[in-house]
Design a binder for this molecule. Structure first.
Ligand code: ZN
Length: 100
């Protein structure tokens, strides 16, 4: 019996190349893996995708230099995302490599 729940997050992206910005809504699915570990899966338009702050490119100019801000938590706190976000991303990365 796995615990699972979902919530929605809206992320705002800013391109540092052309200064364009846009937002995307993600569905975040949390579930346990049955071993006491929590797994988090981001989905966009029903498809699993990478975490919002990774591998984004600008739809206008195609630039990879994109800043992700969580609109859910307010636009002013991009610092925690930039710092702890990379740690979390690393955890996802490791989890994918070793456990999935
Ligand atoms: Zn751009």
């Amino acid at each position: 019996m796995h615990e699972a729940w979902t919530h929605h997050e809206v992320w705002v992206f800013e391109c540092l190349c052309c200064e364009g910005s846009w937002d995307e809504e993600f569905r975040v699915r949390h579930s346990g893996d049955g071993h006491g570990n929590a797994a988090v899966i981001y989905e966009r338009q029903g498809q699993p995708c990478t975490t919002p702050w990774m591998d984004r490119s600008c739809p206008t100019c195609g630039g990879q230099n994109v800043k992700a801000l969580s609109a859910t938590h307010g636009r002013h706190d991009d610092l925690p995302i930039a710092r702890s976000g990379s740690d979390v991303a690393m955890v996802f990365h490791l989890r994918r490599m070793h456990a999935w």
